[in-house]
Design a protein around this ligand. Structure first.
Ligand SMILES: [Zn+2]
Length: 304
């Protein structure tokens, strides 16, 4: 009885948190023709991430709640494994989104972010790059600096992005030979086939823009709530569909509002109807809920 009461308490509280979490920023239109309402500014630095003046001064530092939550949370989780360097975050979108022709064709609707991959210096030591470096197909900087792509750490970053509950990643644009190196590394590590399959879908060199040989460009799908406000996804929806399947198979993640729960036409009935799902939470579910809350380091900002 006491256990059930605890379950109800956890579930009700969390479902309410989930409903409220999606109520602020709205990504409108397409990444290459859109804007953002109530965007969030990416902090300049935090646990596991930083930026550089070149990007800070451009002020292309805004995104949707989901994108900022993703970058902050993924950087934080990476910092528990990679302790000596932080991820360098380059441009996101402008304060209201829209076109910033000088720098980007996309990046308009708050769902794009450029990141620098992990790198090593000429002596093989990890370092935080102060600029983008163009890599050749072997993962060596073409500027003669001896800088190389850190394939192992960058793969960990890709894995973290693809499995993060904060947002669903559609693309990680990258020069194809480098993307292929990351995938080969994952195969060598014997990462789960489902994860490697996702990486093959996400890690691509775009056919219609720069080849991304000096940075990674991450794009997330529209959140379910934003879709209803005019957010438009362009391109394959496979990774979105896979995420929805994972969500459906995990009552715990659904209950805590991860993966952007489907939003009903009237928001209130969701909170009222939520306790109906309570019997689905077994003691094992509750244990894994605790584990998720402990290990996934979910960002609870705005989940009050
Ligand atoms: Zn970009």
């Amino acid at each position: 009885m006491r256990r059930l009461a605890l379950g109800l308490l956890l579930l009700t509280g969390c479902v309410e948190l989930g409903v409220i979490s999606d109520g602020t920023s709205i990504s409108v239109g397409k990444p290459s023709d859109g804007w953002i309402i109530d965007p969030v500014r990416m902090p300049d630095s935090g646990r596991g991430f930083t930026t550089r003046d070149v990007w800070r001064t451009r002020n292309q530092r805004f995104g949707t709640d989901e994108l900022i939550d993703l970058v902050v949370a993924v950087s934080g989780r990476m910092s528990t494994r990679v302790r000596d360097v932080r991820i360098v975050i380059a441009d996101l979108s402008g304060p209201g989104g829209g076109e910033a022709r000088l720098w980007h064709r996309s990046h308009q609707s708050g769902r794009d972010v450029d990141l620098l991959p992990y790198m090593r210096d000429k002596d093989g030591k990890p370092f935080e790059p102060d600029a983008m470096h163009v890599f050749d197909a072997t993962g060596t900087a073409i500027d003669g600096s001896g800088i190389t792509l850190d394939v192992a750490r960058t793969w960990q970053l890709v894995r973290e992005l693809l499995t993060a509950p904060e947002a669903t990643v559609q693309w990680i644009f990258m020069y194809q030979p480098l993307a292929d190196k990351l995938i080969a590394h994952a195969e060598q590590l014997k990462e789960p086939e489902a994860l490697v399959a996702k990486a093959r879908m996400a890690l691509k060199q775009p056919g219609d823009s720069a080849r991304h040989d000096d940075h990674m460009h991450v794009r997330v799908y529209c959140s379910t709530a934003d879709k209803q406000q005019g957010c438009l996804d362009i391109g394959p929806m496979d990774l979105w569909a896979l995420r929805q399947q994972e969500l459906a198979a995990s009552p715990v993640l659904a209950a805590i509002g991860a993966f952007h729960p489907p939003v009903a036409a009237e928001p209130e009935p969701i909170a009222v109807a939520a306790p109906v799902a309570a019997p689905a939470l077994s003691p094992a579910d509750l244990r894994s809920l605790g584990r998720i809350l402990r290990t996934r380091d979910l960002v609870l900002r705005r989940w009050r």
